[in-house]
Ligand binder design. Structure first.
Ligand SMILES: *Cc1c(COP(=O)(O)O)cnc(C)c1O
Length: 336
């Protein structure tokens, strides 16, 4: 059996999704004429209580466009040290926007208004101008840890009081919503920009959307073009995104359930020294042996995973992991 737990990006389109892609009505999206792309952008915006959206080839591009829209060169943004925008986007904050980054040490990537406030620079020509805060929900490097909307509200209030923009890297926002029970629509009240990935747990092959007000999205279209992200008959891909929003949101709870089952089994194994609390679809655990050796043994059984540290392994659940795969995995873990 083949169990690929390296990432929730490894999913392949389902037959239903392929059918939706095959029958999509398309046009030239650079001319604004692809009705499927337009429908996806509006659908996602409506879900999150935002005015408008823009479809992009990757989550990295949606985040980088948002940072460009919400800052000027010489500005500074504040985020947690685990943040994807800082660690995994190739230094794009500096390259694309000419902006510096102030890093905080949150708990599993979760930061608070009290932590942010002292890091906002005074209006003084020695300091970069602080103009943006970026939150991530769920936190990838935090092991799928979540903010509730109650935790976000004081941060949004602070940003408003200090005239800062607030962006959400919501690559896995639907996993956070499944865990917290918060409503997507309420999110629009608190953020200037929201990135949503369609190609993670939602199972689309490609694509992310950036949501914001109409004026921001109009400028975002310029930035997307200059980054080379203007796509033509992208509706074939956007159709997969619409299908994912219609059919793959509710089922994220199954991934979370699978993650809890596997984490419990891991915690009972002598070769595992620690399992981080599981909130969503990501499991981080520490091994007695070096992670590389454990990964090698897993690979021999057809189980693929990755390490995030010398003794730390990450499992990510997704829609191509069914109860059969979970059962097989648990049996193999017990035999290790
Ligand atoms: C995956 C991910 C992204 C976007 O990644 P792409 O591979 O560029 O689509 C952004 N933020 C987080 C937290 C992610 O996990």
């Amino acid at each position: 059996m083949n169990v690929d737990l390296r990432s929730d990006t490894v999913t392949k389109p389902t037959p239903g999704m392929l059918e939706a892609m095959w029958s999509a009505k398309v046009g030239d999206d650079v001319f604004g004429e692809d009705e499927t792309v337009n429908a996806l952008e509006q659908k996602a915006a409506d879900m999150f209580g935002m005015e408008a959206g823009i479809y992009c080839p990757s989550g990295t591009m949606t985040n980088q466009i948002a940072i460009k829209c919400f800052t000027q060169p010489l500005d500074e943004l504040i985020t947690d040290q685990t943040a994807h925008v800082y660690r995994y986007e190739g230094g794009g904050i500096a390259f694309n926007s000419g902006v510096s980054t102030r890093l905080l040490n949150g708990y599993r990537g979760i930061i608070t208004a009290e932590m942010i406030e002292p890091e906002i620079n005074a209006d003084n020509i020695h300091h970069p101008h602080t103009s943006l805060v970026v939150l991530e929900n769920t936190v990838n490097k935090g092991g799928g840890s979540c903010y509730t909307l109650e935790q976000i509200k004081p941060i949004a209030q602070l940003c408003q009081a200090k005239n800062l923009k607030l962006h959400l890297d919501g690559a896995r926002i639907f996993n956070a919503l499944a865990h917290t029970g918060d409503s997507a629509e309420d999110y629009g009240n608190y953020f200037n920009g929201i990135s949503v990935c369609l190609s993670k747990g939602l199972g689309a092959p490609v694509g992310s959307v950036l949501l914001a007000d109409k004026e921001t999205i109009r400028y975002a279209r310029r930035v997307r073009k200059v980054l080379g992200g203007g796509m033509r008959q992208a509706g074939f891909l956007a159709a997969a995104g619409i299908y994912a929003l219609d059919h793959h949101v509710e089922r994220l709870k199954i991934d979370h359930k699978h993650a809890r089952i596997i984490a419990e089994e891991l915690a009972a194994q002598t070769w595992v020294s620690n399992v981080m609390p599981v909130e969503t679809n990501i499991i981080l655990f520490d091994t007695v042996e070096p992670a590389e050796q454990v990964l090698y043994k897993l690979d021999e059984k057809g189980i693929k995973a990755g390490s995030t540290d010398k003794h730390r392994i990450r499992f990510v659940l997704h829609l191509d992991i069914h109860p059969e795969e979970v059962e097989y995995l648990v049996a193999q873990l017990k035999k290790m």
